[in-house]
Ligand binder design. Sequence first.
Ligand code: HEM
Length: 510
Amino acid sequence: MQMQFISSSSSPPTIYSTPPSLPPPPNNQTKMPILIIIIIISFLLGYYFFLVLRRRQWGGASPKRRLPPGSMGWPYVGETLKLYTQNPNTFFNIRRKRYGDIFKSHILGCPCVMISSPEAAKIVLVTKSHLFKPTYPPSKEKMIGPEAIFFHQGDYHFTLKKLIQASFSPSAIKGSVTAIEKIVLEFLPNWENCNQVHTLQEMKNYAFDVAMISAFGHKKEIETEGIKCLYHRLEKGYNSMPLDFPGTPYRKAMKARKLLTERLRKLIEKRRESREDGGGGGGLLEIMMKAEKQKLNHNNNNNNNLSDSQIADNIIGVIFAAHDTTASVLTWVLKYLHDNVHVLQAVTREQEDIERKLQLEDNRGLTWEDTRHMFLTTRVIQETLRSASILSFTFREAVEDVEFQGYVIPKGWKVLPLFRTIHHSADFFPQPDKFDPSRFEVPPRPNTYMPFGSGVHSCPGSELAKLEMLIFLHHFTTTYRWKVIGEEDAIQYVPFPVPKGGLPIQIYPK
Ligand code: HEM
């Protein structure tokens, strides 16, 4: 329905006009100055309370307590609306130009300091990381599981990190190449029968299947199907408002989360029994089940293993961290290759050379060593990670008042290293808006390239993510051509930035 505005020659009844039935107020002239005085006093009082609120919320700029420059916007609302109604790049760039590499703001109810210099990012993420703890909204923590690695610091985090890294190190994932290749070869032919392929959705399915074998190993078990189903129910509510009422996506997701823990417990139980017969199942689950109690501060279990809920939270956490991220980056790779034909041709040549080699050697499948010879394709992935910067920034929280490059970051304030802003700075990446994989022929300057974060919380899955992208690109570029359909250059946030509509494409066998 369209809204109509009707104009009329007589004045419309507005709140300023006196209703015709009322007599004119007596003594109008003497009342006017009183009214003006009341308005001025109200304005002054309002302004005074505004200043008091600002001071209470964010602390005053006393000489001893020099906050970084910047604007905190309005009390409570801060600059949230500005950030969410304009392109985030514009929001950050305007402030960076106005205030420098460190500036304060107020987003989503939290006072925060944004940092966009490599040196400052290194301090927060690496050298003084103990002063800046990771921080997430409580609803997200509940959904993933409070014992998952993301939410911890110190010994417990260190032990989990070692286990997860062991599971995703190059030597551990080398043996997964054939299983990952099998997933690609099974699902790619299905694309041929579609008029239109929804790239992001297909990449999510692929990355999810890879995450599942990384978490549970290659063995097919009936329990993993149920886990898949419940995980998808959980995911649907992940980005919803945390409204805990019957029927809300949040309530449904939390229900699925509970069932998921139960299913995982059953699977762990089954694996414990089969381990006694020499079976293990593999994947991160097996590595976690082997972890010894004495290494863990948080362990509340009486036997020598990680508690079931610790294992469940971390398995769900890793699947969560692994698949949307990788799927979004792969979607961008296809978009950039489509838009840069000469790069696509060079990548295809590289992959066809490898394909010929495989054919000459008894038509064998890909190996880890083959993927180490995909030099240009690797640079395309590196440049995509820089250019798309799907994680524009991360969140930390100051655990105490921290002296930081001449400023104070008060305890409890959020600190956001702005990865995207650093990746798009012409000082470190000349012509930053150009898609140019050749810039990675020389390594980037230290701390200027952080698609997988940096320091204690950096991504343990970076090698797996790159491996699954290389395997996919080998088969895709040697078998198909593709054309992007529709609005080509718009971006949407789901929650990572991806080409609008999830990049619908049409594919043609070569
Ligand atoms: C292209 C895909 C990926 C990107 C861009 C990515 C990016 C990141 C980034 C930037 C962080 C650090 C966050 C922070 O400092 O707050 C991180 C952490 C993490 N990532 Fe990834 N990631 C990807 C794929 C994966 C995969 C495949 C896995 C699983 C195997 C994984 C598991 C994790 C985990 C467990 C953490 C938390 C580490 C910790 O807190 O110590 N990620 N990821």
